[in-house]
Design a protein around this ligand. Structure first.
Ligand SMILES: NC(=O)c1ccc[n+]([C@@H]2O[C@H](COP(=O)([O-])OP(=O)(O)OC[C@H]3O[C@@H](n4cnc5c(N)ncnc54)[C@H](OP(=O)(O)O)[C@@H]3O)[C@@H](O)[C@H]2O)c1
Length: 336
């Protein structure tokens, strides 16, 4: 028997933590003992049934799994190999990683970067890998460090924090948009202060999220060479309106909302590019590039300041904290 977070129906109030027969795991060539998973925003929505993330039921939640192969019909992934699975429908259409085991098709499995642990990979998880995809979009546009500051929204969160760390490593000036400062610009808590200090964001490089969260003018003062946005809604529209001529906005999230009431002005008068980022079905080449960039920029212990580690049964409690915006950084879930 294995323990997992599962929802039997969409109508249930929230997910349940319970034992399942291993034989009920979905088909796949590789069975993995999950060492670590993590709590992405999407996992928090799924566990609390705040949004319909699961597309079929019953569904085991968790969009990331990092662990060790314990049974395999694939020469590529022999028993004992450390590996990870990010997305591919985990927790949506295929039983996911908030579980002691997963069974998946062999072509969903990726290696860990050399010299990096399962805990490091889970600390990044989908949020970190998506941050890398956003930064890749800026690099490919291209936006260079000398072109001007890059706005990163939701900079306390997983995507935002890792985007900031990657961009800083590459020499960009970063401005963080956040709800974790007060009207005077001071961090709202000691943990927020420590978090921004570790991201290298002084108060002069932090903007309160309220300044972009309401409907704004179609074109505003050009401030940013590029934007990494995990917030959506009016924030994304205002970020586009403040992007300088020829710049790029990588949009991956909806923490404020899924709506996007914008004007075409930034696109047709300033030639800016809006790049949608989806991490779920990316090629192995893109995944390898993203994880290579993460390993290059972030050493084994560089993420420790932003990790909160919990045991598997605590995942739902942590999901509530994620949704009530009471955490900075990343929740790593120890499933061993
Ligand atoms: N497209 C993809 O493939 C993909 C992949 C991964 C994630 N995502 C999406 O990206 C977003 C961020 O994911 P995550 O895992 O980084 O989440 P997270 O760790 O919970 O971070 C979200 C951050 O957004 C900010 N925020 C929260 N509520 C807000 C609001 N009402 N208005 C403005 N900002 C708000 C908060 O930062 P501050 O306190 O600093 O404001 C929060 O820490 C989510 O919408 C997620 O679904 C998409």
């Amino acid at each position: 028997m294995i323990n997992a977070w599962i929802s039997d129906t969409a109508q249930a109030e929230e997910a349940q933590f319970r034992s399942l027969d291993e034989a009920s795991l979905p088909p796949g060539e590789v069975r993995i003992k999950v060492l670590y998973s993590c709590l992405n925003y999407k996992d928090a929505l799924a566990l609390t049934h705040t949004a319909p993330i699961a597309r079929t039921y019953p569904m085991v939640h968790g969009i990331d799994a990092v662990g060790q192969v314990i049974e395999s019909q694939s020469d590529l992934w022999p028993v004992g190999t450390l590996c990870q699975v990010n997305d591919w429908g985990l927790g949506e259409t295929h039983w996911g990683g908030l579980s002691e085991q997963v069974r998946v098709p062999a072509n969903w499995v990726s290696p860990l970067p050399e010299g990096r642990s399962a805990r490091w990979a889970a600390a990044l998880g989908t949020a970190g890998y998506t941050a890398a995809l956003c930064v890749m979009a800026l690099l490919d546009h291209p936006v260079r460090p000398g072109d001007g500051p890059v706005l990163v929204t939701g900079v306390s969160g997983g995507v935002g924090s890792v985007s900031c760390l990657l961009l800083k490593h590459l020499g960009y000036e970063v401005v963080g948009l956040t709800g974790s400062i007060d009207a005077t610009g001071a961090p709202v808590s000691e943990s927020a202060a420590a978090h921004f200090a570790r991201l290298g964001l002084a108060s002069t490089h932090l903007i309160h999220r309220d300044s972009l969260s309401r409907p704004g003018k179609p074109l505003q003062k050009e401030q940013f060479a590029a934007v990494v946005d995990s917030v959506g809604s009016h924030t994304l529209a205002n970020a586009c309106a403040q992007t300088q001529y020829g710049g790029v906005v990588a949009a991956c999230g909806l923490a404020q909302g899924m709506d996007f009431s914008a004007s075409v002005a930034p696109f047709i008068l300033r030639g800016i590019t809006l790049r949608g980022i989806n991490c779920v079905y990316r090629s192995h080449e893109e995944r390898a590039r993203a994880w290579g960039m993460l390993a290059e920029a972030l050493g084994e212990y560089d993420l420790d300041f932003m990790i909160k580690e919990v045991r598997l049964p605590q995942a739902l409690d942590s999901a509530r904290l994620v949704l009530s915006n009471q955490l900075q950084g990343r929740v790593v879930v120890n499933c061993a």
